[in-house]
Ligand binder design. Structure first.
Ligand SMILES: [Zn+2]
Length: 319
C-alpha cells in the first residue's frame, strides 16, 4: 500500500493530502522500474560469477572427464611405446643382425617432425599443452610403427633371399681333396663311346669309386633310381626357384636329407660311363645350364680360374 503523504497548508492552517499529479506518478514508476532492472542485472552478474548454471556444470564435468581420458590415453601410449621398444630392440639385435643388415639407429627411429609447427591449430586453449602432448606422442608412435613395419618388410625379403641363397646350388658336389680332376666341362664334347660331337649337359668330376658326393644346395630329392637311360644310379634334386641338380653314375646313394653339404651318394661307374666319375648337371627352368657358375661357395678365385680353363678344353667327356 502506497504511503499517503501530507503537507501543512499555512493558509488553512491544516494538514492536507499531497495529491501527486499523473506525470509525477509516472516518473516515479519509471524510476522504480529502472532501478529494479539495474539491481536485478547486478544481482544476476554477481550470481553468475560464483554460482554455475546447470549447463555450465555439465560442461565442466565433461571437461574433467576429457582431461582424465587424455591422461589415460597418454599412459596407454607410453605402455604401447614400451612394447614397441621391445620389438625395435629385437629387430635391431636379432632379426637385422641375423640377416646381416645394418640396425636402424635410435635417432632415426625416434626422430620427431621438424620444420612447420604441426600443432598450431591446437594452441591457445586452456588444455592446449595436454592435447598437443598427446598428439605429438601419437605422431611419434605412428612414425616409429611405420619404420618398424618397413624394417620387417625388409627382413621378410632378406629371409626369402636367404632361403633362396641356401637353395641355389653353390658348391662343388665333390670335395676338392677327393677330386682326381675335373675331367670335362659343359658344352660340345666328343662322346666317349661314339666319338661323335655331342652336347654335354653337365660337368664330369673324376674320382675313385666310393668318393662321397654332396648336395650342392637345399632342396627335395625328386628321384634316386637307376631307370633314366645312361645316368645309371642317379639322384635328382629339386631346389625350388627353378633350380634342379642331377648327380649321375653313382655307385651308391644315401638320400635322407638334402641340405647343402649333405652326403647324398658315392662316385661310381654305373650307366653310360667310361670310368668312375660324377656327372653333375644344373638345370634352370627345365633346361641344363653350365654348372661352372655354381661353385662360388667353396672355390677361391684362383681355383675357379683353373676350373674355367679345364672346363673349356673341348676334349672327350666321361658322359
Ligand atoms: Zn658327363
Amino acid at each position: 500500500m502506497a504511503k499517503v503523504k501530507y503537507y501543512y497548508d499555512s493558509d488553512t492552517l491544516s494538514y492536507r493530502k499531497i495529491e501527486l499529479r499523473k506525470r509525477d506518478k509516472f516518473k516515479r514508476m519509471l524510476g522504480f522500474l529502472l532501478s529494479s532492472i539495474i539491481m536485478g542485472l547486478f544481482l544476476m552478474f554477481i550470481t553468475f560469477q560464483f554460482i554455475e548454471s546447470p549447463k555450465e556444470k555439465t560442461q565442466k564435468r565433461e571437461l574433467e572427464n576429457m582431461e582424465l581420458n587424455y591422461g589415460l590415453i597418454n599412459k596407454k601410449m607410453s605402455q604401447v611405446e614400451q612394447v614397441l621398444e621391445g620389438i625395435q630392440h629385437r629387430d635391431n639385435e636379432i632379426y637385422r643382425l641375423y640377416f646381416e643388415t645394418n640396425p636402424i639407429p635410435e635417432e632415426q627411429r625416434k626422430a620427431g617432425f621438424g620444420g612447420v609447427n604441426r600443432y598450431k591449430s591446437l594452441e591457445g586453449f586452456e588444455n592446449s599443452d595436454m592435447i598437443i602432448d598427446v598428439s605429438k606422442n601419437m605422431d611419434i608412435l605412428s612414425k616409429q610403427l611405420y619404420i618398424q613395419s618397413k624394417s620387417l618388410d625388409e627382413i621378410i625379403n632378406l629371409a626369402e633371399d636367404k632361403e633362396k641363397f641356401a637353395s641355389i646350388p653353390a658348391i662343388q658336389p665333390i670335395r676338392k681333396e677327393d677330386l682326381s680332376r675335373m675331367a670335362s666341362g659343359y658344352g660340345w664334347r666328343s662322346d666317349p663311346f661314339t666319338k661323335a660331337r655331342k652336347k654335354h649337359n653337365g660337368m664330369d668330376f673324376t674320382a675313385p669309386t666310393g668318393t662321397p658326393i654332396y648336395a650342392t644346395g637345399n632342396g627335395r630329392v625328386k628321384r634316386a633310381d637307376n631307370t633314366a637311360s645312361g645316368f645309371g644310379q642317379h639322384i635328382e634334386i629339386d631346389h625350388g626357384y627353378g633350380y634342379k641338380t642331377i648327380y649321375a653314375h653313382l655307385s651308391k646313394y644315401n638320400v635322407k636329407s638334402v641340405s647343402r653339404g649333405d652326403l647324398i651318394g658315392f662316385v661310381g661307374n654305373t650307366g653310360r660311363s667310361v670310368g668312375p666319375h660324377l656327372h653333375y648337371e644344373v638345370h634352370k627352368n627345365g633346361r641344363p645350364i653350365n654348372p661352372i657358375n655354381f661353385y662360388y661357395g667353396n672355390l677361391t678365385p684362383e681355383e675357379f680360374k683353373e676350373m674355367l680353363k679345364t672346363a673349356s678344353q673341348e676334349g672327350q667327356s666321361y658322359d
